[in-house]
Design a protein around this ligand. Structure first.
Ligand code: FES
Length: 142
């Protein structure tokens, strides 16, 4: 059975809109991207020939690999919209100003990595779930 656990990846203050960061967890290298709409975590390794997706270009929610231009839809669980297979994505949560990533599943000896599917897209963004972008400015009186 795979075991998921939420792992602190980066402070949200260190991941402004339009920025990206590398997050390492055990042997995994996970690329974090923050768009105007959400925060995404995907394998940094392009499923085509392994180029670092952190070097890719993001327009809206589409990531284009810098090497051969495969395109991945970040808001659709890493689905490939140009090229071949999807890139694995990981659930993201924002809690108390910290971005958490659901760790790569621990694979049991009877289960191979290929048995694990990519994460389906969530219906609400990690930022919306954390209440970002809807904060009231000002002080509560009384
Ligand atoms: S390595 Fe990413 S498209 Fe070829």
């Amino acid at each position: 059975m795979p075991v998921d656990e939420w792992v602190p990846a980066v402070s949200i203050d260190d991941l402004s809109v339009g920025e990206r960061r590398m997050f390492r967890h055990y042997d995994k290298r996970i690329a974090l991207f923050r768009t105007a709409n959400d925060i995404y975590a995907i394998d940094n390794r392009c499923p085509h020939q392994g180029y670092a997706l952190l070097q890719g270009e993001v327009k809206e929610e589409t990531l284009t690999c810098a090497w051969h231009n495969w395109k991945f839809e970040l808001d659709q669980g890493g689905r490939a919209s140009f090229g071949g297979e999807a890139v694995r994505s990981y659930p993201v949560e924002v809690r108390n100003g910290q971005v958490f990533v659901s760790s790569p599943p621990v694979v049991s000896s009877r289960q191979s990595e290929s048995d694990l599917s990519t994460t389906p897209p969530s219906r609400r963004s990690a930022l919306a779930r954390a209440g970002h972008g809807r904060r009231r400015v000002g002080r509560r009186m009384g």
